[in-house]
Design a protein around this ligand. Structure first.
Ligand code: IMP
Ligand code: MG
Length: 168
């Protein structure tokens, strides 16, 4: 669906936009694991700002790890792999808001707007997807295919299997 070259180009554009929007500031980037790991690594290197880096592990829309960086008073950018229902992004924003960041924005590599179940503002989007299940560049099916350097559509998986893969 998206080649290595297309991803690289889009990540560079996002990095340039973020660097411009936060110029003269420091940014705390929080990556959502596991899916965001390649995107996060590439995006962080496309941003020309002083960066603080942290990660949260999320499983089934719940945060299952702790941050090591203080969020209070920081400009914070959450980095997700894909926004589907929006539950994960909404839960993360709600949680991080309670820690009093100076600002809080959301960046996602992929957006599936047709699948949204809750209202969620996304500040930076890599690509908008049709309602298809994709793998690669961090995205998994049952925890596999994350290391593919491109993003591909995975055909013929049942709803039950989709639900199972989300649990990982
Ligand atoms: P949410 O529904 O917006 O909370 O997204 C939950 C999670 O579902 C994402 O972070 C992904 O891990 C997973 N997910 C949704 N769509 C896809 C897909 O097409 N491929 C792989 N994982 C997906
Ligand atoms: Mg997943």
């Amino acid at each position: 669906m998206f080649t290595q070259e297309a991803i690289k180009k889009r990540v560079a554009e996002l990095g340039a936009a973020i660097s411009q929007d936060y110029r003269n500031k420091e940014l705390l980037m929080i990556g959502v694991l596991k899916g965001a790991y390649p995107f996060f690594a590439d995006l962080s290197r496309a941003i020309s700002l002083p960066l603080y880096i942290d990660f949260l592990v999320v499983s089934e829309h719940r945060i299952v790890s702790e941050l090591t960086q203080d969020v209070a008073g920081q400009d914070v950018l959450i980095v997700e792999d894909v926004v589907d229902s929006g539950f994960t992004g909404a839960a993360l924003k709600k949680d991080l808001e309670t820690r009093h960041p100076k600002s809080l924005r959301l960046c996602t590599l992929l957006d599936k707007p047709h699948r949204r179940k809750v209202d969620l503002k996304i500040d930076y989007t890599g690509f908008v997807l049709p309602d298809k299940y994709v793998v690669g560049y961090g995205l998994d099916y049952r925890n596999k295919y994350r290391n593919l350097p491109y993003i591909a559509v995975l055909d013929q998986i049942s709803d039950e299997e989709t639900a199972l893969s989300k649990a990982q």
